[in-house]
Design a binder for this molecule. Structure first.
Ligand code: BGC
Length: 407
């Protein structure tokens, strides 16, 4: 078969992404930990016929202790960058009480990433909050923004020499809608007014933090935006698709874009909208993941092209799938990179790709069932890390800076 080489520019960043609560283990001072152990959650899970025992984050992947091994594996797989988060609930377990021991811990984590030659994307907020902050009303209250800013500034000041990129918030769209509108994440509210207040306060927090960080060091800053592809099923559903696109993809982006130096894109979903307004089943060009999510790599090209108007560098800060048997991951990576390159050829400045995730981890409401990792984590064998075939495939791309589409 002839080769079809898809080449990426020099200095392209290749890596993977993780989040503290999902991998570290024992994040006991966080609102997620409290929620996992609440009666309400146990009842919710029992109602769905699930065993609550399987839905505690517990020790997760024990990356709190095994970060050196994880980073070394990323390096072995030819990755040159990593996205991870530090945990606010550890660093400030009580209001105003910063835990020096935990700062020292994270210093070692940063050093280990650097020792392995990894460019660091640091996320400051990835879905979790300290319990005390959640109790004060979290981001639903404007007067609470100051707490987040104090924490975030401290972290950036302390670790600025190691941080290459800052992600202030991970997927604020998902965080606020799941927590305050759909009742899926703590604090499990279904209140449109609180939801809107939360979105607005996160926008404020990001924009304020942008200038504070710039005073510390000129580190490039963005959010990791959750961007999906919304396609109308016909002419009649066009206005609706436009509306959903605006509120889902554009609202937070438009209100924060002036305070970003690049755009972080998390891409997972394509939605096909019928004219009556409800979502038809996702059109899928490449089957579905273990979570039943339609695989639709073409949508990534459209999402990227839509960002061209902002004329900023773009990093894909998450893209991946649950695939426990590793049957689709290779193809998934290849196809998503193919459509990324298509967008690049049309002038979109994509500078890096971070696969979700480096290792199988705690998938929030879904527990440990879904397997998103390039590395398998064998829970029955002391959390052993095992390199999946698809990880080796991705490692070749990372090494060569190109892929052969026909392979
Ligand atoms: C989140 C991750 C999550 C992944 C897969 C993203 O929305 O940032 O924390 O594990 O999707 O669901």
């Amino acid at each position: 078969m002839t080769k079809h080489i898809i080449k990426f520019p020099e200095h392209f960043l290749w890596g993977s992404a993780t989040a503290a609560h999902q991998i570290e283990g024992n994040n006991t001072n966080s609102d997620w930990w409290a929620w996992e152990h609440s009666k309400q959650r146990a009842l919710d899970l029992q109602k769905q016929g699930k065993n609550p025992e399987l839905f505690y984050s517990g020790i997760a992947c024990d990356s709190y202790n095994r970060y050196e091994e994880d980073f070394a594996l990323a390096k072995q797989l030819n990755q040159n960058s990593i996205r991870f988060s530090v945990e606010w609930a550890r660093l400030e377990p009580k209001e105003g009480l910063f835990a020096e021991k935990e700062f020292e811990h994270y210093e070692k984590v940063f050093q280990a990433a650097k020792f392995n030659g990894l460019t660091i994307f640091l996320t400051l907020h990835h879905f979790t909050n300290p319990i005390w902050f959640a109790k004060l009303g979290g981001f639903s209250k404007k007067e609470n923004i100051k707490y987040f800013l104090r924490y975030a500034e401290k972290v950036v000041k302390r670790f600025s020499e190691y941080i290459d990129f800052v992600i202030t918030f991970n997927e604020p769209e998902v965080y606020s809608s799941h927590g305050f509108l759909f009742g899926k994440f703590p604090p499990n509210k279904r209140n449109p007014i609180i939801f809107i207040q939360t979105v607005k306060n996160i926008i404020r927090a990001h924009n304020l933090l942008y200038f504070k960080i710039k005073q510390i060091r000129k580190i490039p800053i963005s959010m990791a935006y959750h961007l999906s592809d919304f396609q109308p099923s016909g002419v009649l559903s066009k206005p609706l698709a436009g509306l959903v696109h605006f509120f889902s993809n554009e609202y937070i982006l438009k209100n924060t874009v002036n305070c970003t130096d690049f755009l972080g894109v998390n891409y997972y979903f394509h939605h096909h909208l019928g004219w009556l307004g409800f979502r038809k089943k996702s059109l899928t060009s490449h089957g579905v993941t273990d979570l039943g999510w339609g695989i639709h790599p073409e949508g990534l090209e459209r999402v990227l092209l839509n960002l061209k108007k902002y004329n900023k560098d773009i990093y894909i800060t998450e893209n991946g799938l649950a695939d426990s048997q590793d049957l689709k991951r290779k193809q998934y990576i290849k196809q998503h990179l193919f459509y990324t390159k298509q967008a690049m050829e049309k002038g979109v400045k994509v500078k890096g790709y971070l696969h979700w995730s480096l290792l199988d981890n705690f998938e929030w409401n879904e527990g440990f069932g879904p397997r998103f990792g390039l590395l398998e984590v064998v829970r029955e064998n002391n959390l052993e890390r095992k390199v999946r075939q698809s990880a080796l495939y991705y490692a070749e791309i990372c090494k060569n800076n190109f892929l052969d589409y026909n392979q």
